[in-house]
Write a protein that binds this ligand. Structure first.
Ligand code: NAP
Ligand code: F7E
Length: 343
């Protein structure tokens, strides 16, 4: 039985990847942060009582700021594969917390790579790199496109990208960079634009929200479906040699097009409900991201399965159902729609 360690297991991608690995027969170990409230909502359905000898999902407390604990976990678990997904992953928040983002999203990768190197184990390492590396480099972007990040998040991910590359070249660590373009799902965090929109649509439809405030509607993104993307992560670590791959659909849409598609799916005219709030603008924006995923198609046999239109529909349908059921989309603390409070 193969053993995997997943950092960021409580996040969107961590939860889908864990489902995939368990289905493939892996034993999965996940790093979770201690929190005063439960932060395991995305993986609760996968929980297995550790007292049962056949449990294959195990959770360990740890933080990417703490190298001692990372070293312990690596040394004790001795995973065959490490999927490093943990990060401060919000671009807008990275402008508010640049130092913290550098520490967790950048240095966190170094801490984990050092733990692997010092423990002397043989493992395969996946680094969650991002299309944010490209910044204002012209689209379409591929593995050889120049990196020109435009945010503290992008800069931190660039450092992490090169550290993974450096440990591969310098120490022979079997490390891959997956350069993933935006991928979404009903498990997407509520402050990323797609989920903020689909939750807003659901709340407005139910009469629980009067306006949806957004920032820059002109940004262009290549949006795919997260479960398709975690399949690509796994495929990267099954290759004969470690390498770097761009993962995306190759199709681009503006934020405005996403808004229009989400509102029209439930028969609403978006222009009556959406207002612009400059607080959601970023000091520097990434205007145009579109992947050229030919290498992944050729070498990994990877293709996205869910189209843009189907992605919008499945996210809206999920949130409309959730609001009908009366749960989750309103903030437990204030009773207000979460999307109106956040980044
Ligand atoms: P996400 O939903 O924001 O999940 C981030 C995960 O990192 C969560 O499990 C979070 O734990 C954990 N984390 C944050 N700070 C940590 C710390 N100090 N110590 C330990 N764990 C910490 O992100 P995602 O969308 O699943 O993305 C997964 C990875 O891919 C991230 O590295 C992201 O930057 C990268 N990426 C994402 C996309 C995308 O479109 N989704 C595209 C390219 C790259 P809590 O649950 O406790 O907060
Ligand atoms: O913004 C615009 C915003 O926050 C998308 C992360 O997973 O993908 C993600 O980063 C676009 C931007 O994602 C609002 O200005 C307009 O142009 O959903 P987002 P992101 O910044 O692209 C990359 C690949 C990652 O690696 C990251 O981890 O939408 N936008 N109005 C808005 N964005 C937000 N969040 N909120 C708004 O109200």
């Amino acid at each position: 039985m193969k053993r995997a360690l997943v950092t960021g297991i409580t996040g969107q991608d961590g939860s889908y990847l864990t489902e995939l690995l368990l289905a493939k027969g892996y034993e999965v170990h996940g790093l979770i942060r201690r929190a005063s409230t439960f932060n395991t909502g995305r993986i609760d359905h996968l929980f297995q009582d550790p007292h049962h000898s056949d449990a294959r999902l195990h959770l360990h407390y740890g933080d990417l700021s703490n190298s001692e604990q990372l070293t312990n976990v690596i040394y004790n678990i001795r995973p065959d594969e490490v999927y490093h997904l943990g990060a401060q992953s919000h671009v807008k928040v990275s402008f508010d917390m640049p130092e913290y983002t550098g520490d967790i999203t950048g240095l966190g990768t170094t801490r984990l790579l050092e733990a692997i190197r010092r423990s002397g184990i043989t493992t395969r390492f996946y680094q969650a790199s991002s299309s944010e590396l490209y910044g204002d480099s012209p689209a379409p972007q591929h593995e050889l496109t120049a990196f020109r990040p435009r945010s503290p998040y992008g800069a931190a991910k660039l450092y992490a990208y090169w550290m993974a590359t450096n440990y591969r070249q310098g120490y022979g660590v079997w490390a891959c960079n997956g350069i993933l373009f935006n991928h979404e799902s009903p498990r997407r965090g509520p402050t990323f634009v797609t989920r903020k929109i689909t939750m807003g649509v659901a709340n407005i439809l139910a009469g629980k929200q009067q306006k949806l405030f957004l920032g820059n509607l002109d940004a262009r993104r290549d949006w795919g479906y997260a479960p398709d993307y975690v399949e690509a992560m796994w495929r990267m670590l099954q290759q004969d040699r470690p390498d770097d791959y761009v993962i995306g659909t190759g199709e681009v849409h503006t934020v405005r097009e996403f808004v229009e598609a989400a509102f029209s799916h439930v028969g609403l005219d978006w222009e009556q409900w959406v207002a612009i709030d400059p607080r959601y603008y970023r000091p520097t924006e990434v205007d145009d991201l579109r992947a050229n995923p030919s290498k992944a198609k050729r070498q990994l046999g990877w293709e996205p399965k869910v189209t843009f239109r189907d992605l919008v529909k499945l996210m809206v349908d999920h949130d409309v159902e959730t609001v009908r059921g009366g749960t989750a989309v309103l903030s437990a603390v204030s009773g207000k729609p979460i999307a109106s409070l956040a980044a």
